[in-house]
Design a protein around this ligand. Structure first.
Ligand code: NAD
Length: 371
């Protein structure tokens, strides 16, 4: 028998500020274990970003950090920002000066945000328990580089002495096609149900959106496609989140719905995210992976942050950028088992019988023990 070729990958790690470095340490330990267990290697280079980079170099995204990202298959990102840098001019603030330029530079057009509420954590959700008894698992695929946030004309002027402000919601067919393909592909690896959310009863851009998604659905005959207006989707997500699998929508609607999903899921500390850009011939994407939450300055440095969002971001990176699907699944299963076995950081603890309250490191140990 021939020895199995070892698989080699390269990632750039940007831990950032606040709880970023604390939870990133945990994710790196799990990456070490995944390499050993699944026989691949990930070359890593760690660089400064956000407030830490401002302190060291005066810029939230130094050129050497960007260069390291260009040389990698993916970026594992922590979080940036905090009170120390809030009064700087907007363009060199950690989030605006680092996150937005990274998205733009790498053309990260698809934002994937899972909204998962595990059955053992339904108490953390503000939704009535009887509506979510079994938990839920929704994936929101949001278009990230088009729509009203970037459309032109945009601006403000005066007409007859009165201020007028204008934004333009605009989509090219090709922009809808590529996000639809990401969403259908994601649906293929789940329950094969895709809901496209639009406002095609009012908006011309939504009419094109719906037509195009229907066209692309012919490439994915196994996926069951349905449509919903965004106002109804906002209501149904609260009334019956368990009935959703994958939803795909444009930038503004996705911004709002994905935050609604994070809120009904219970804890920000549990939710990862992926922003995907160009797709290689091997089907894998260049992507940036980060927790849905921020740098949580209120608990930074105390060793109590929940590392799970960062760990699950690593799992998404392994799946979408490195093609290490078995490792990704094993990490997700280990996290689910750790929660089912009662381990809780402060953000998800209730003090009920059967819970073990742990800090960041002990949560990582518990995940490793189940990996
Ligand atoms: P936040 O997400 O940092 O915190 C909101 C609440 O959630 C806090 O109570 C925090 O303790 C809690 N929380 C978040 N992640 C947690 C975790 N892993 N474990 C336990 N609890 C967790 O949002 P915020 O307070 O509005 O913002 C704080 C800073 O983060 C700001 O400077 C903001 O600009 C920045 N921010 C950065 C990003 C990013 O890097 N992508 C995103 C959002 C906010």
């Amino acid at each position: 028998m021939f020895p199995r070729m070892s698989r080699k990958h390269r990632i750039t790690i940007l831990a950032g500020d606040g709880i970023g470095p604390e939870v990133m340490n945990g994710a790196i330990r799990i990456l070490d274990a995944a390499e050993a267990k699944f026989g691949f290697t990930v070359e890593r280079s760690e660089h400064l970003v956000g407030g830490a980079a401002i302190d060291a170099t005066g810029h939230p995204l130094p050129p050497e950090t960007l260069k390291a990202c260009e040389q990698a298959n993916a970026i594992l990102f922590g979080s940036v920002g905090g009170p120390k840098w809030e009064n700087l001019p907007p363009d060199i603030q950690p989030e605006r000066g680092a996150l937005l330029p990274l998205r733009k530079h790498f053309g990260l057009f698809a934002n994937l945000r899972p909204g998962v509420c595990l059955p053992a954590l339904t108490h953390a959700s503000p939704v009535k328990q009887e509506l979510i008894a079994d938990g839920f698992d929704v994936l929101c695929v949001r278009e990230l580089t088009g729509g009203i946030y970037f459309g032109s004309p945009k601006g403000r002027h005066e007409e007859n002495g009165e201020p007028i402000a204008l934004d333009t919601m605009i989509y090219k067919k090709s922009e809808i096609e590529r996000i639809a393909r990401v969403a259908f592909t994601a649906a293929m690896s789940r329950k094969k149900q895709l809901l496209s959310v639009d406002k095609s009863n009012v908006l011309a851009s939504s009419v094109l959106w719906r037509e195009t998604v229907i066209e692309i659905s012919r490439e994915f005959p196994e996926v069951q496609l349905s449509h919903m207006y965004v106002d109804n989707a906002a209501m149904q997500l609260i009334r019956r989140p368990g009935s959703f699998d994958v939803l795909v929508t444009e930038n503004l609607f996705g911004d709002i719905l994905s935050d609604e999903m994070a809120m009904i899921s219970g804890s920000l500390g549990m939710l990862p995210s992926a922003s995907l850009g160009r797709q290689g011939d091997n089907g894998l994407y260049f992507g940036m992976y980060e927790p849905s939450g921020g740098s949580a300055p209120d608990i930074a440095g105390q060793g109590i942050a929940n590392p799970i969002a960062q760990v699950l971001s690593l799992a998404m990176l392994l799946r979408f950028s490195l093609g290490e699907n078995s490792a990704a699944e094993a990490i997700e299963n280990a996290v689910a088992k750790t929660i089912a076995d009662g381990f809780r950081t402060g953000d998800i603890a209730t003090g009920r019988d059967g819970e073990t309250k742990v800090g960041t490191q002990a949560m990582v140990e518990a995940i490793l023990a189940r990996f």
